[in-house]
Design a binder for this molecule. Structure first.
Ligand SMILES: [Zn+2]
Length: 165
């Protein structure tokens, strides 16, 4: 589990509610996150529940659920990084580091400055993961994994990563 940098309101780990579509265990997500992520056109009924859970199963279309109420990927205003197998979009939603931008930086400089930059911004209190990240939690773990994945991918392609200077 990635560490939470932000003051995410900790919902108590009571009964785990299973995703109604895939049946996997979800985890509680705050109302602030659901409200901020929902597109403007989403029916009010979908936003009327009081407690939502997040489905982390990558292959499941449901992102948030609460009883009969479900919000799918298409109901959200941002692409959801943990729901895609092939993904180039944002991994850090606060400062908009995408898989594509991380790859471009590694290709040109040989490394990524994104994790250090995000750490600085977190310390300065400028991240807003609860309302910008669809998981409602800090992105740093995802960003670190994305950097490692890109480096591994590039090594596979070239045999060795060669920083151009
Ligand atoms: Zn699911």
């Amino acid at each position: 589990m990635s560490s939470d940098c932000c003051s995410v309101s900790e919902t108590s780990q009571k009964d785990t509610v299973l995703c109604p579509l895939c049946g996997e265990k979800g985890k509680p997500v705050s109302l602030a996150t659901v409200g901020a992520m929902a597109k403007t056109g989403v029916e009010a009924a979908k936003l009327s529940a009081r407690e939502y859970n997040l489905c982390l199963n990558r292959d499941c279309l449901v992102v948030y659920y609460a009883g009969e109420v479900q919000l799918e990927k298409s109901d959200l205003r941002v692409p959801v990084n943990f729901k895609e197998r092939i993904y180039e979009g944002p991994v850090c939603y606060c400062f908009n580091h995408t898989v594509a931008s991380i790859r471009a930086e590694i290709q040109s400089k040989g490394h990524s400055t994104a994790p250090a930059m995000i750490t600085r911004e977190i310390k300065a209190g400028r991240c807003a993961c609860e309302v910008k990240n669809p998981a409602g939690t800090c992105c740093l773990g995802d960003v670190t994994r994305a950097v490692q994945a890109v480096i591994a991918q590039l090594k596979d392609m070239t045999g060795a990563l060669q920083p151009s200077r």
